[in-house]
Design a protein around this ligand. Sequence first.
Ligand code: HEM
Length: 445
Amino acid sequence: MTPATPPPSVPPPTAPPSPEIPEPASIPAGDQPDRRLGRRAFLGRVGLVGAGGAAGAVTGGLVERATGPHGPSALDRERTRAVAAVRPGGPHQPGIVERPPAQLVFTAYDLTAAAATQARAELRALLTAWTQATSVLMAGRQPAGTGQRTLGLAPAGLTVTVGIGASALRRAGLGSRIPPQLAPIPAFPHDQLDPARGDGDLAVQICAEDPMAAISAARHLDTLARGHASPRWVQHGFRRTAAAADDPFGTARNLMGQLDGTNNPTAGTAVFDLAVWADSLSPSWLAGGSYLVARRIRMDLDRWDLFALDAQEKIIGRAKVTGAPLSGGIEHTDPDFLARHADGTPMIPVNSHVRLSHPQFNNGVRMLRRGYSYHDGLDADGQPDAGLFFLAYQADPRTAFTAVQRKLDRLDALSAVIRHTGSALFAVPPAAPTGGYVGQQLLES
Ligand code: HEM
């Protein structure tokens, strides 16, 4: 439980200090905005495509509440849509383009077999069992022999997404088929990684709007893994619920209170396809697939709360309430990185998070961030072990996550209040072929 009174080191809320935003040593010449990329097209939120688009398309939650664009019936429809069963189909696994529902259970597994031929057979058996169970669970039906674990539960937007780590391929004697995009994420100087919270042969990302549906599905897939693979680590996460939101498909806030996900690529656009799906440089077994980077990022929330609002906004480079860039406008206005105050200082500071991670400073590269907040209770010091379980889908982690994180680790003002404590990378195969299983293109070609 969180202590009722703040520890003595935390000053009263009436006189919050405003710690200085750490200045970067320097911004490399290559980090100047690349105007050739032009101003990006309007980027709506993932999942709004086809929804009529009227639901607060341009504002953050707080402003939206004040202006109230939803009639009750429109909001009801949005909430109903958020808990509808996700129908599998198309070339991609579910759980990537869909609106992230409120609950996450993410489990990494290790194959148990020692010999390569056995590991390969078990991988095939497990992926087959998981694929079959997933279609049953996503349709809201009772899988056979589950002890009625999912009895009475609607699927509530349930999705199951399976990833395969490089270590699984090595273990199964398929080391030569590891794509270069699955090269290990390098260690960054400020990493404080706990090996017990990282890596894994397989990953299962389960998302649902109902925590019972998510946990019950996770238990079922866990049961199917027995004899083939054992759980290595588990991370639970949460986002705001559709039931509580007045804009269920709008950008959600993280535990620091920021709108997080504003400048994600929009599903269904060429920009999204280029950023997220494995390209022609990936092996054919990954066509229609993606790569998933998972980072457990601990937030120092008590320290964050001590920053004054304007300091918090400078750290991110966006207004906290509306999510608008500090150069002006509304949530989805393009940031103008050349805009300056009268005294000549950039309106979006050089060490702000969005400036360092924006495509204009990263060769146009984007990724789909689909992370979840987590709160795992208190650590040994009584501080909340809470933060962001960062999940990002991308076409090539080497040029996306790793390239951006290399800069963030060194220069990002946000680094003062976060630390990375877990890391993993998985190839996410395309959807199962009709009547087949996820990963079949790898194991049978
Ligand atoms: C606890 C850690 C983090 C927090 C709280 C955080 C928060 C935010 C916020 C509030 C935004 C602005 C709104 C938006 O476009 O989503 C943002 C943007 C972004 N962040 Fe993070 N972030 C974190 C870690 C990371 C990491 C590790 C990466 C990748 C290495 C990353 C990459 C990005 C990118 C690419 C953008 C979009 C920039 C743009 O195009 O404007 N973030 N983040």
